[in-house]
Design a binder for this molecule. Sequence first.
Ligand SMILES: Cc1ncc(COP(=O)(O)O)c(C=O)c1O
Length: 396
Amino acid sequence: MLAIRGGERVRTRPYPEWPVWNSEDEELLMETLRSGKWGIGGKKVGEFASLFASYQGCRYGVACMNGSVAIKVALQALNIGNGDEVVTTPYTFIATASSIIELGAVPVFADVEEGGLNISPQSVEEKITDRTRAILPVHIAGYPAEMDGISRIATSHGLFVVEDAAQAHGSEWRGRRVGGIGDLGCFSFQSSKVMTSGEGGAITTNSYELSEKCWSLINVGRTRSGDWYEHEVLGYNYRMTEFQAAVLMAQLRRLDQQIEKRRRNYEVLAGLCGELEGFELIPPPGWASRVNHFLVPIRINRDFFGSVDKRRIVEALRAEGIPSSPGYTVPLHLHRPILSYLKARRGDSGLGVLRNAEAAVRDVFWLPHYVLLGSEEDVMDIYQALVKIERHRGEL
Ligand SMILES: Cc1ncc(COP(=O)(O)O)c(C=O)c1O
């Protein structure tokens, strides 16, 4: 189906498939299968957690089932619970907030930066109360949050910082990889991510004590030296399997090369798109010394396109053969299940206006990272499709 009556589709060949895997993944998987050690007793989960932590520039790493659990366990390790407030961003996946809610704590939403997608430190500061215990910034799209401001606020108010780095494997803030800038960092290896084992998660930290607490919470409250049926705290089984760790080891080996490829292709795309009137590629922030380009966020220029729904633009792009997503369609401070929770919890009838986050949800759509894993010609096709949509804006 052609969304736009503009003749031939710009692109007929598929983009590179995701996930990428090869004989390395196969060998590691077969090794695991043959070992018969698929869970406890295997060594790969622990090895992968350490390897990944050092890749992120952190001393300690703990692997777990998924990124949602990683956030929940990280907060729990800081003893965040009933009624504690955690300031976070509304421009994120729901798991950022639902992990807070799982603990009986309260997500408090700060706005994002004007023109950007990351949480605004100024807005964070305005949301702090005497119940605030932590700040939970998200390195959205693989773009690091403004950690200078966040760290300063955390220090001056005595708050913890937990980084939601679910989308930011390999990304750097001022030369430091994310995940170890705050107290704890949380990663996801769910299917769409730049490293994946289908599902999976990890927590990174520079604190031995916190890493052991997380390990225990993920391992039904055991301690490494305790007896099998000794449970120091109330934890759950949130463990990663050896199969996941095997695939992730192979994925980690090719991550740098893929990030470099995406960086080069992104530069080509940004160069081409600079002259577009209807679209603006949201650039990585100035403090980002490296981004993984998990998403290519694109803002629709409303002076050019008027009020056309971003979903129409994404449909048109897909019809031209370009993989794309509308991205988040409701900011979390307006999300019904979250509002119901907050209402039941403390009688909030609405969380007010967060202008920049609401604009981002209205105007920003995404391209997935794998469109940047191909050739320059592949990148050119994205540009041609955007040009075509601009030309046919009246038909959207
Ligand atoms: C920003 C963000 N936080 C948390 C998560 C949760 O991770 P998972 O799906 O592995 O539970 C995701 C991704 O899915 C995410 O994008």
